[in-house]
Every structure is written in structure tokens, then in C-alpha cells.
Design a protein around this ligand. Sequence first.
Ligand code: SF4
Length: 229
Amino acid sequence: MSREIFLSQNNYLNGLKCLKYAWHYKHCRNAMPAYPEATERVFNYGHMIGAKARELYPDGILACDADRPFGEQLAYCRELLKKRLPLFECGLIFNNAYAQSDILVPVGDNRWEFIEVKSGRGIAEINYHDVAFQRYVYVNAGLDIVRCHIMHVTPGSEAGYGCNPKDIFTMENVTDSLAEYSMIVEARVKEIRDVLAMGEAPVIPPGRQCSSPYRCKMYDICNALTNEG
Ligand code: SF4
């Protein structure tokens, strides 16, 4: 049996957004246009919020190191699990599908819960898909996941570099809301992999997905093609 095409969390979420975007991200990411400056600022804010969330777990360990070869990274994360400490960005793989949760927290002797950190002030539907995919990979990779959470910025709070992280987050247990998202993970994984295995990008007409939740990198290209047509 041939090996399944590698599918990261980003590949999965990209595929849910737009299969054409997912294909380009997988095969020619470096040739894609850069995000506009305003979008980059949103991403930088998200990184700051992620760092603030980690401050809530002072004994946590950052598991991910972008300079470490991928195989070694997977082995390192497996080793870290034995420490039974909070882990940030602990990457696990199942059937060549890869997930890396923001914060993985030990529960009791051998169980875990994980937290997806969001810089928004509420939960968007794509966040449930994200958590469902992470749980799918983690559970199939052998972790006993008892709870899944989304931690977002509390509306009205002042989240900034100097803030106290204890003042800005709301944590919501979404475990019981995942059923409808979890039940489609396998089918969507297969669908996205089938597209990623194609020799060229699928034809997808521009639509709402191009500007929501943020403007796609390919927006000008796809819309120019449509206008030419
Ligand atoms: S601009 Fe729209 S159609 Fe084109 S890749 Fe992005 S989301 Fe897909």
C-alpha cells in the first residue's frame, strides 16, 4: 500500500477553506504572493497572544523547534510526553496526518487535555474544525484525550504586550461540541489528499472563501483570471 500524502493541520484547514488554495500552499507556497501588511500585523498579534497563553503554564516546555529535522522532532515530542508536563506545540502524527496543539496538558497519570489558543474574541466555526482535526490525530496517535478547549481573548479585555495573561483569556470546554466536526474528519482528509495528489490545481471559482476570514493570498490572481474569462 502506498504511503498517504503528508497532511498537516494547515493543509487540512486550507482544504476546508478552498481546495485550490490548499493545492497551491502544498506545492508552490514560496511562489504565492505575500500577505498584505495588515494581515501580517494580525498574524503578529496572534503570535503575541500565543506567547501570553504560554505564560499561564510556567512549567511548560516548547516542543517544536523549526531547525530540528522532522523525524527527530517527532521522536523528541514522543519523549517529552513522558515528562507529564504542559507541552507547547507538541507534534504527533497518525497515518501521515500531523497535528500540533498549542498547549497539551497532562491530566492524572496518563491522560491529556489540549487547548487551542485564539487571538479572536470568540470562537469561529473553523476553530471547531481545527480542534476536531487535532483530536483525530492525537487520539489515533495513542493519546487519551479527555477534554478539548478553545482559549480566546475575552471581549472587552485589553490584550497587549504588557498585559497580565490571567486578565485576558476565556477558556471554553468544547469537547461536547465536536461531534459534527469529528465525524467528517476522515472524509475531508481523504478529499483534500486526493486534491493534493493532483498534478495541477483544481478549478475553483472565487467566492466568499476568498475574503473570509481574511483575504486570500491568491485573491488578485484568481479574480484577475475570472475577469479575463
Ligand atoms: S482567491 Fe479564492 S478561489 Fe482563489 S485560492 Fe484563494 S480562496 Fe481559493
